[in-house]
Design a protein around this ligand. Sequence first.
Ligand code: ATP
Length: 195
Amino acid sequence: MIVVGLTGGIGSGKTTIGKYFESYNIPVYIADKEAKALMNRSKVIKRKLIELFGEYAYKDGKLNRPYLASKIFSDKSLLSKMNAIVHPKVASHFKRWLKKQDAPYVLKEAAIVFENNLEHQYDYIVIVVADEELRIERVMKRDDTSRKKVKSIIDNQLSDEEKIKKSHFVIFNNDLDVAKQQVEEIHHAILQKIK
Ligand code: ATP
């Protein structure tokens, strides 16, 4: 199965663009969403996260995100330890999901690809970009968060310029109609490449 990575910085519009691909019957796996679901569902992950963060890692059976975020904020090494618990489980979940798909190719949405040198996991990479100011405004509105917080996440991610160089396709998502048109072109270009 051909796996196409759908990447881009925070608020670039990955999920929005993924939906346009879905309209061509292309299945989309959203790694972050599945990771969150597994953290609530998997008994093994739950046990290991409680070992790592303590009993307050879960509250009323649900992952206690603010608590985890505050622990990670004061001890950055906890993030890589948490990822070492969660990522292998997401990888095997993705493998099982992939086996069930019947499509010319699938998309896997993941914000982090180049930052962790994971390019080899994909046959092709599509990057979604948009002007920084638009991204900040969109995320502030979507998540009811501050400009400062969004900007600090952007500053921690690789620049669009560097990511574009390493991608096969670029979608400019300042304007939805333009982006939609590009999805159509890229979808057909991918079909052409894998034929
Ligand atoms: P994240 O990295 O945080 O997961 P993302 O890259 O998946 O974000 P989306 O969630 O698709 O981005 O988009 C961020 C917000 O911007 C959403 O509220 C979405 O509806 C809105 N949005 C996306 N593209 C556009 C656009 N072209 N015009 C206006 N709003 C947009």
